[in-house]
Design a binder for this molecule. Structure first.
Ligand code: BT5
Length: 264
């Protein structure tokens, strides 16, 4: 059940546009699906957001699922309408930086990004980001964010954690959601002013992946190990080994530590 504070949270928002207007739902299949439908019906506006207490079909990337139990987490999606020439993998970098800054501000935890866009604390994932974008009728991007906040992580995901597990103190999902909208607005506006390479640099400042030895696993190809060197403004990651250097694109590879464990 949505809390009373959650229901009226839009009144507490201090942002100019991020998070307005807000729809708060008890349950929905997927907040991304919900907002994309509003886009297709041409009923949406920039900054519009949806926040659900539970999802019955929360989605990850590549058809994967996002576990979305009720009463403890954040499942939220926000609509962005960037200029056409700014539509690229950089959107996902901008969103990731926004989440990291919000979580750091709200909890003091050392949240970091794992390429391409998991958010981790102490090497364990507490947040996933799913950006879905298109250009019809005009450029749009639905930025979906799932954050494990309260209680223990789902035991079926051994590398998962929750913010409360990390802080060992109560964490308010409402306060965190307010931080999230403020942070996304600040980072988005700065990206529009400063450009894609600024976003790639901001992402690089918040990551746990760069400098690590990682294993690149592509379906049907021999895995190989190299050092994660840098990212490009389109979100591609450069991995270097003694005999090869390649830019890997999200969706095409999964990254593991050199010994096969989940790479933070
Ligand atoms: C993601 O996908 O991490 C993006 C998840 C985005 C979820 C939000 S919730 C609001 C909005 N509406 C939606 O329908 N989606 C967005 P990916 O990188 O593919 O990671 C998915 C993988 O993470 C799964 O295959 C599991 O291994 C793991 N996983 C699933 N649920 C988890 C959870 N609650 N906490 C940690 N790990 C989880």
């Amino acid at each position: 059940m949505r809390s009373v504070r959650m229901q009226g949270i839009e009144r507490e928002l201090k942002t100019r546009w991020m998070g307005h207007p807000l729809t708060v739902l008890d349950t929905v299949d997927s907040t991304n699906r919900y907002l994309k439908q509003r886009v297709s019906e041409r009923r949406s506006m920039a900054g519009e957001a949806v926040w659900a207490d539970a999802q019955t079909a929360g989605r990850g990337r590549l058809g994967r699922q996002w576990a979305s139990p009720e009463g403890r987490n954040i499942y939220t999606s926000v609509l962005w309408t960037p200029p056409r020439e700014r539509m690229s993998g950089v959107l996902s970098l901008v969103a990731g930086v926004g989440v990291v800054h919000a979580v750091r501000a709200a909890t003091g935890l050392d949240a970091r990004l794992k390429w391409p866009n998991d958010v981790v604390v102490a090497g364990r994932k507490f947040c996933g980001i799913l950006v879905e974008a298109g250009v019809d009728p005009t450029p749009w991007a639905v930025v979906g964010i799932g954050i494990n906040v309260i209680g223990k992580p789902d035991p079926q995901f051994p590398h998962a954690t929750t913010l409360q597990e990390q802080t060992r103190a109560p964490v308010s999902r409402e306060d965190l959601w307010l931080h999230l909208m403020a942070s996304l607005e600040g980072i988005y506006d700065q990206w529009i002013r400063a450009g894609d390479s600024w976003a790639a640099e901001a992402w690089s400042q918040c990551t746990a992946t760069l400098g690590q030895m990682v294993r690149v696993e592509r379906p049907g190809a021999e895995p190989w190990i190299g050092r994660a060197e840098r990212i490009d403004a389109d979100g591609g990651l450069w991995v270097t080994a003694s005999d090869r250097q390649e830019k890997v694109i999200s969706g095409e590879v999964s990254l593991r530590l050199a010994d096969g464990r989940y790479a933070p």
